[in-house]
Design a protein around this ligand. Structure first.
Ligand SMILES: C[S@@+](CC[C@H](N)C(=O)[O-])C[C@H]1O[C@@H](n2cnc3c(N)ncnc32)[C@H](O)[C@@H]1O
Length: 214
């Protein structure tokens, strides 16, 4: 049986040290990345901001042969791990970089998955402005984040992320989950048209995917 693209991306880490191998397996189980992939254009030059171990970038490329993906992350060891996982026929590459200083290039889409809560609100606003600048006119932002409601799910979301940042699994400067209305407002202020929220139903977290057009 042919493996689906997400399983194939996870399998790229099979020979990696256990920490990375299990990290991507857990990301796959907890993050419902298929919902993100479905909102990303099927072709074009894509930037993933905060690509971590590289699972999302590799998955996006494996899911559609017309995509080329650049993943950037502030954490150099994670970028090394991502590079070890491969390039999907030269269509994926990874660089160390800060979301607040994006590469000088233009992209058809920018994908951000579970990253911006690690920056304070002005930082998130600055990243959104930078993302809009590196997108081609008509390019798409796909941004997975967490809302503040319902309250019990928000408590769970916040506690889990507090643990991962405290024990050092995730590098970040803050723990700032924006209410949905504020996230959409920041997108509009950054110059995005058609800012929209796609709540991820049936989750124990307050996950939501925002999309917008540059
Ligand atoms: C929870 S992980 C998500 C990784 C990946 N997007 C995924 O879904 O598997 C958050 C990532 O954001 C990265 N990060 C935090 N602050 C960053 C910044 N200012 N610029 C770039 N990456 C950052 C962390 O190093 C970490 O890899």
């Amino acid at each position: 049986m042919t493996r689906d693209a997400l399983s194939a991306a996870v399998a790229l880490f099979d020979g990696h040290p256990s920490a990375a191998k299990w990290h991507v397996r857990i990301r796959r189980l907890l993050s419902r990345l298929e919902d993100v992939e479905a909102l990303v254009p099927a072709s074009g030059n894509i930037l993933e901001v905060g690509s971590g171990h590289g699972l999302v970038s590799l998955y996006l490329a494996l899911a559609a042969p017309g995509r080329t993906v650049l993943g950037v992350d502030i954490d150099a060891p994670k970028v090394e791990e991502a590079r070890r996982a491969g390039t999907v026929d030269g269509r994926v590459r990874f660089e160390v970089g800060d979301a607040l200083a994006l590469p000088h290039a233009s992209f058809d889409a920018v994908v951000i998955v579970d990253v911006l809560y690690l920056l304070d609100e002005p930082g998130q606003a600055a990243v959104l402005e930078g993302v809009r600048r590196v997108l081609k006119p008509g390019g798409r932002l796909v941004w997975k984040a967490q809302d503040q409601s319902p309250a019990w799910k928000y408590r769970l979301t916040k506690t889990q992320e507090w643990i991962t940042t405290t024990i050092g699994l995730t590098a970040g400067r803050s723990l700032t989950f924006l209410p949905r209305a504020r996230a959409l407002e920041l997108m509009t202020l950054a110059g995005f048209k058609d800012a929209a929220a796609h709540p991820m139903k049936g989750r124990i977290y307050t996950d939501v995917i925002y999309t917008g057009t540059a």
